[in-house]
Design a protein. Structure first.
Length: 490
């Protein structure tokens, strides 16, 4: 008896479906649609069906993507979006991602995709001027990248006292030193690693938003000399190469001197800011980065990769293996011998699964490979320089305007400022109102933050689609709204 083939999902004719979907995507990318929350009842009613018993077929699924989802999608890829640190992907990155989804659903085995996984990591290392001994591992983003880096630090520090923390668990309290402006994924990484969020000791920042090296020196000395210093392990210092809040780059060279003196692991979180090293005007701020034991960077931020791609670089990948191995498993038996391979399935290739926290994982390297192959170092450099110059341009205009106040000089592509006319009593509320209006207008969409307890507008330029005119346009619109609101209040 022959079994009947009853698969109902479409698995062929991709080009025609892509063509259809592509039209919808191009339409979306013109950003002429209104915001999703303009008319939410309409699309929610059409989408919110009971569980379907029978499907509608792929053509109608594509039609619904085009008619219901895309016109009510995210504002993130909009060139006027400058909130948070996230962006839409550029085309080559998307297409490379799609190619991998179709043809290399996992990053393992001896395929060309597996090959460019490693190649692209090495390219990125060279692109950002990291030392040749650095090796990388992809993961889902900056959160996981920081977790992997701190997992390596934990492994190294405990091994020094004869404990394998990956096997036997954390046997002693630890301390991680991070600036007040560090990303709070550092705290979560400490929690996941069994160290606890409270193991993160906050080092104050200076007026430029950088970790104060002086304050770090003081706390390290006090901790080392304190009478209970034998009751905890000093594990790592986490420095920022571009804080999320202001883009400040910590004094890496000074911090590295301290981590060497105290024999501490130095992790540099460059999730957002590391590509800033390509701008000749800011490159010097990264001096000292090659003293780091680990460095993280997110291709899904400034490089324009689709979300889901972070990277950790370490000087010694064997520590990662010891920190993250799953232990031996029979289903992998013999899977790692590359010798005499004659078929792509003769070996798993490099054991990325044991360098991080994911087993099944997409081929991410091909995305980075495509980005770099498409525009080269020079193309990325142009984007970084443009965005940095936009932040500086806003800063110059803010300084020249009598009613605007600059919170601090921009280091990278973030500029923090506010409207501060003397007639306004509550500046935080005033600026918050202008910000809400900006977002609702939907043309220029910066985010906000508190810097030194002041509420400030915080555009962060990173999108490939964001061109120079958006700097002036954002500030013009902001000033116009501020003056309207001020006159209304008077
Ligand atoms: C964005 C960011 C993170 C977190 O990265 P995700 O990719 O969102 O997980 C960590 N550190 C810094 C400095 C960041 O800017």
């Amino acid at each position: 008896m022959t079994e009947q083939f009853e698969e109902t999902a479409a698995c062929e004719n991709l080009s025609s479906y892509l063509n259809e979907l592509g039209k919808g995507l191009d339409e979306y990318l013109r950003f002429e649609h209104s915001d999703a929350m303009q008319n939410p009842e309409d699309w929610k009613a059409k989408l919110g069906l009971d569980l379907p018993h029978n499907g509608i077929g792929i053509d109608d699924v594509i039609a619904e993507i085009r008619s219901l989802l895309l016109p009510n999608a995210s504002a993130i890829p909009n060139p006027g979006f400058s909130s948070f640190i996230t962006t839409g992907a550029s085309n080559s990155a998307l297409l490379a991602n799609l190619s991998a989804l179709v043809s290399a659903p996992q990053r393992y085995s001896l395929t060309a995709f597996n090959y460019v996984e490693e190649l692209s990591l090495n390219w990125m290392r060279d692109l950002f001027g990291l030392s040749k001994e650095m090796k990388g591992i992809y993961s889902s983003g900056g959160s996981t990248a920081n977790l992997i880096a701190l997992g390596a630090a934990r492994q190294q520090v405990f091994e020094k006292i004869g404990i394998d923390p990956a096997r036997d668990g954390v046997q002693m309290p630890c301390r991680i030193y991070a600036s007040a402006a560090c990303h709070h994924t550092v705290h979560r990484a400490a929690a996941v690693l069994g160290l606890g969020r409270n193991s993160v000791i906050t080092v104050p920042t200076n007026a430029k938003g950088q970790m104060s090296a002086q304050a770090l020196r003081k706390v390290l000395r006090e901790d080392t000399e304190s009478k209970d210093s034998s009751e905890f392990l000093q594990l790592a210092v986490v420095a920022n190469a571009g804080t999320t809040e202001t883009g400040a780059i910590d004094p890496l060279a000074e911090i590295a001197e301290l981590t060497q003196e105290y024999e501490l692991w130095l992790h540099v979180d460059g999730a957002y800011g590391l590509p800033g090293i390509l701008d000749p005007e800011t490159a010097h701020l990264f001096r000292g980065i090659n003293q780091a034991d680990s460095v993280s960077v997110d291709p899904h931020k400034w490089m324009g990769a689709p979300v889901g791609i972070g990277t950790t670089f370490v000087k010694d990948r064997s520590i990662l293996f010891r920190a993250f191995t799953q232990g031996a498993a029979s289903y992998f038996e013999g899977a790692f011998s590359d010798e005499d391979a004659q078929h792509s399935l003769d070996s798993m290739g490099l054991p990325y699964a044991d360098f991080g926290v994911e087993l099944s994982a997409p081929s991410r390297g091909v995305v980075v490979w495509a980005i770099i192959r498409e525009i080269g170092k020079s193309g990325l450099q142009k984007r970084i320089c443009r965005h940095n110059a936009m932040a500086k341009h806003i800063a110059e205009r803010v300084k020249a305007h009598p009613d605007l106040e600059l919170a601090l000089e921009p280091s990278l592509s973030i500029c923090c400022f506010r409207y501060a006319h003397k007639s306004i009593t509550n500046l935080d509320d005033f600026n918050r109102s202008i910000h809400r209006q900006l977002i609702r207008n939907g043309r220029n969409m910066p985010s906000t933050t508190y810097f030194k307890n002041k509420f400030v507008i915080r555009p962060c330029f990173i999108g490939a689609r964001t061109s120079w005119q958006y700097a002036d346009d954002l500030l013009d619109e902001f000033i116009e709204l501020a003056e309207q609101l001020k006159n209304k209040n008077q």
